[in-house]
Design a protein around this ligand. Structure first.
Ligand code: SER
Length: 879
């Protein structure tokens, strides 16, 4: 039975039993706690937790999964894979064990056709209910039902979330896979292969995977590894000999010219290419780009490991693009996104391979030397500094270094490596922070101050109001004291404030705080601790004291500018993803009044055309005047409606969602315009690179966008005036002028060349003969370069010759002397010819035997100097 049939029959079986077929979710989960999608149930997590009601009670899916554990085991064993497909059926508070188990059994035996005599099941040690269902409801013989502990039969996502006891189905693959055991899988897990895991989702666990509460309802989550089922059904020796992965191995064979099945090291390499080739194709198609961070780093490790194995197999030309093509043609029917993004994936793969190939050889040479050194000095460890250098300079992911070292029996000091990595990160952080150091210090002191520690969270009313009454609950200045007077700068905390504290890329509000007997300007606002925000203020008049009742007023113009830029940033983010693809994710942003900067992942420059297209798309969304809505909701609800979250960012249970129209949804605490038309104008002003696969665009918004356009128009109008054409004709006119200018330059050069020729000819004719050598002495008051080139031209026209040219300008005279090779060979050097004349000018002569230049301040004695030079030349020639 081929993989397609296995897949199709699974889905059809559950569809017939009222399960909704749900498409695989992306490998990039919409869940910041999870690096990559690793199970079919991921996308249903809010339903299990009861945070959202499921739109259907039963579902089935074929889910793309990626597991990052043991990347370096892949290829060594018959079963490890990074990417795999998980078949699953799910019940959201609907049926439970009583149906899940019999259906699984029916599918395995009747649809897939496994002999019931070959099957074993396991249950969680205390799960009598499951044991009973298997024995009585299904009819499995008691000796085929094993009980196992938490390690094997209790499933969780590995992070806080839904979990529960589980039950697994094993199939006896037969004698070819090892010895039979009376205890089945308890005796030999090579021969008895787990093909399906049925999880009875009934608990919620904490991060330590300890159940903390029962889930609102009891659910079913099952997962069968497609590749394993194929192995068992196809009688394959390993997953790499099943139809799909076997075809990938064949593609790797074609690429490398190495045959699979030798049983040696080369088999491992081919398996690595097969698995990693598929994995990288799916990851890139889902928008992951190679980088040194998070999921980008997982991808990079897989790509670089594949490249290294290809080189080990003797293939020096690129392999990744061909592996992508093989994956697309094998799996493009089941996953149409592969076909849709084929060109993009090939491009990304080719670039990464090219980048790594440039350093791989050098890095390997370094590593070989170091390993040799380690071995010959009797050591079995490789320094963390070497691993760090390989990472930093040659782009070797540390697990690649570890793997290569391991092959030579050497272990890497990974602790030392990690220390160097964190030192580097620290340096980078410090470099970023320097400059704002003093302020950071003050903030830290503020956060640690006992007064602040004891405060409750600041009430933020700035989403609704630009002004509010509050009281001063803490003050931290450079000196002690509860009163600050005119001229002082310090941090103060209010119990309530309309001031937005810097966050989410948006700058803090500016404005004023008025106290009963004083007034201060607000220069900055920061979040310091547990919801407390502090205002950096400069007291402008009178005094402000602890306990004062104050009126805080945000500068409305400033705030509106920031809001325009912030909403524009969301629209830009959406437009980039819409035009470039899912991979174009936010990597950083800065939002200021009237101005924004946005970093996002993408692998090439936008180019003028693309940039213009995106700019137009943004502007037309702005003018469409959609509403902007912000609301607080549960984190899980936000995620379930597809709101964009930033991976690694910590979100609480309650989050704020900002929606623009019906297209953009982001988790965001910032402030926004109410309608997009309030943004007015968005002008993209710059686009560039800020690192591997990270691009940056800058834009001006609202008044600043308008001012920018006005400036540009001003330049155009001025140019039109100068050119005396209407503005619309400027470009055409300038093009024509540039063309004319080029043509004139060409013609001028031609005229000059001819004039120089004529001159050289005339001078050549004036040459006198001195003992068979031609001597030319002439004055031309031109620059020294022209003089030198005239001397060279002349020399070229005369067979055997000495040329002396002179020129005088304001306060300085020059002599150039040139002699032909044969003359120089006779011992008459240009320098000697010039030297006496040069001293008449009050200077010296320098240069080479065949060409010398001299000069001096006595410009009025040039004629005399030339006569001396002429005489010297004769004397030297006649000698
Ligand atoms: N979530 C379980 C697993 O991944 C069953 O689908 O094994």
């Amino acid at each position: 039975m081929d993989s397609r049939t296995i897949r199709d029959r699974f889905v059809a079986f559950f569809e017939r039993r009222d399960h909704r077929l749900v498409a695989s979710s992306s490998l990039v989960p919409n869940d910041p706690t999870l690096l990559l999608t690793n199970a079919g149930m991921n996308q249903f997590k809010p339903y299990f937790l009861g945070e959202q009601s499921a739109p259907f009670a039963r579902a089935t899916s074929v889910q793309k999964c990626f597991r990052t554990t043991d990347i370096d085991e892949v290829g060594r064993t018959a079963r490890h894979l990074t990417f795999f497909e998980m078949l699953g059926n799910f019940s959201f508070g609907d049926y439970y064990k009583e149906k899940a188990c019999p259906w699984a059994w029916e599918l395995v035996t009747e649809v897939w056709g496994f002999d019931p005599e070959l099957l074993w099941v396991t249950v969680y040690e205390t799960d009598d209910e499951a044991a009973e269902v298997w024995a009585d409801g299904v009819g499995v013989r008691p000796e085929r039902i094993l009980r196992r502990g938490k390690k094997d039969n209790f499933w969780s996502m590995g992070v806080a979330g839904p979990c529960g006891p589980c039950s697994e189905i094993f199939v006896d693959l037969g004698d070819a896979y090892g010895d039979a055991s009376e205890r089945g899988p308890d005796g030999n897990e090579d021969r008895y292969l787990e093909i399906w895991n049925l999880v009875f989702m009934q608990d919620e666990c904490d991060a330590a995977i300890e159940p903390i509460a029962p889930l609102p309802r009891r659910n079913i989550d099952t997962g069968a590894g497609l590749e394993r089922v194929a192995l068992a059904l196809q009688g394959a020796a390993s997953v790499y000999e099943t139809d799909t992965l076997g075809a990938m191995v064949a593609a790797a064979e074609d690429l490398t010219g190495v045959r699979y099945g030798s049983g040696g090291r080369s088999d491992m390499g081919l398996r690595v290419l097969a698995d990693h080739g598929r994995a990288l194709t799916f990851l890139i198609a889902d928008g992951v780009l190679p980088s040194n961070e998070e999921r980008g780093y997982v991808l990079r490790r897989v790509m670089r490991r594949a490249v290294r194995h290809a080189r080990l197999l003797g293939r020096d030309d690129p392999v990744l693009p061909a592996l992508v093509e093989a994956t697309v043609s094998l799996m493009g029917d089941a996953y149409p996104e592969l076909r849709a993004r084929r060109a993009f994936v090939v491009e990304v793969a080719a670039r990464e391979e090219e980048r790594f190939s440039a350093t791989l050889r050098q890095g390997l040479a370094l590593l070989e030397r170091e390993l040799e050194g380690a071995r010959s000095s009797g050591g079995a460890t490789l320094g963390g500094d070497v691993a760090f250098r390989l990472h930093d300079t040659f782009g070797f992911p540390v697990d690649l270094t570890t793997e290569i070292a391991g092959e030579a029996g050497v272990t890497v000091e990974t602790d030392a490596f990690e220390r160097l990595m964190s030192a580097q990160r620290e340096r980078a952080r410090a470099a970023r922070a320097s400059g704002s150091d003093a302020r950071a210090d003050a903030l830290e002191r503020l956060a640690a101050a006992p007064a602040v520690d004891a405060l409750g969270a600041t009430e933020f009313v700035g989403y609704e109001h630009l002004g509010a009454e509050g009281s001063v609950v803490a003050m931290l200045g450079d000196g002690p004291g509860d009163v600050a007077s005119e001229g002082a700068e310090l941090w103060i905390v209010l119990d309530r404030t309309p001031f937005y504290a810097e966050g989410g890329g948006q700058v803090a509000d500016r404005g004023t705080i008025a106290a009963p007997s004083g007034r201060a300007d607000v220069l900055d606002v920061r979040r310091v601790a547990h919801g407390v925000s502090a205002h950096r203020v400069a007291v402008r008049a009178g005094e402000i004291a602890l306990g004062d009742a104050v009126r805080a007023t945000v500068d409305g113009r400033w705030r509106r500018g920031a809001e325009r830029a912030h909403t524009a940033t969301h629209i830009l983010h959406w437009a980039l993803r819409d035009r470039l693809g899912e991979h174009a994710r936010q990597a950083g942003s800065l939002v200021e009044p009237g101005r924004l900067r946005f970093d996002f992942s993408h692998y090439e420059p936008l180019g003028d055309e693309r940039a213009a297209e995106i700019g137009d798309a943004i502007q037309s969304l702005v003018l469409h005047d959609d509403g902007v809505r912000a609301y607080e909701t549960s984190y899980d609800f936000a995620r379930s409606i597809g709101a964009m979250a930033i991976f690694g960012e910590k979100y609480g249970d309650f989050v704020r969602v900002v929606e623009v129209g019906d297209y953009s949804k982001e988790l965001c605490g910032g402030t926004h315009v109410a309608h997009t038309s309030a943004i007015g104008v968005v002008v993209l002003t710059a686009e560039g690179s800020v690192g591997a696969n990270v691009r940056r665009v800058e834009a001006l918004v609202g008044d600043d966008g308008l001012a920018y356009l006005r400036r540009r128009i001003g330049v155009l109008e001025r140019s039109a005036e100068v050119l005396k054409v209407p503005p619309d004709d400027v470009a055409e006119r300038v093009e024509r002028l540039v063309a004319q200018h080029k043509d004139m330059e060409r013609r001028l050069a031609e005229v000059e060349r001819r004039a120089a020729d004529d001159e050289a000819r005339a001078l050549a004719e004036s040459a006198v003969d001195v003992d068979g050598t031609r001597l030319v002495v002439a004055r031309r008051d031109v620059g020294v370069d022209a003089l030198r080139s005239l001397a060279q031209t002349l020399k070229g026209r005369l067979g055997s010759a000495v040329v002396v040219l002179g020129s005088a300008g304001s306060g300085r005279a020059n002599l150039v002397g040139a002699v032909t090779k044969d003359v120089a060979a006779r011992g008459v050097s240009a320098r000697d010819v010039l030297a006496p004349g040069a001293s008449v000018l009050g200077g010296g002569a320098g240069g080479k035997p065949e060409l010398a230049v001299s000069g001096g301040p006595q410009a009025d004695r040039l004629d005399e100097a030339m006569e001396v030079a002429a005489r010297t030349a004769r004397e030297l020639l006649e000698r």
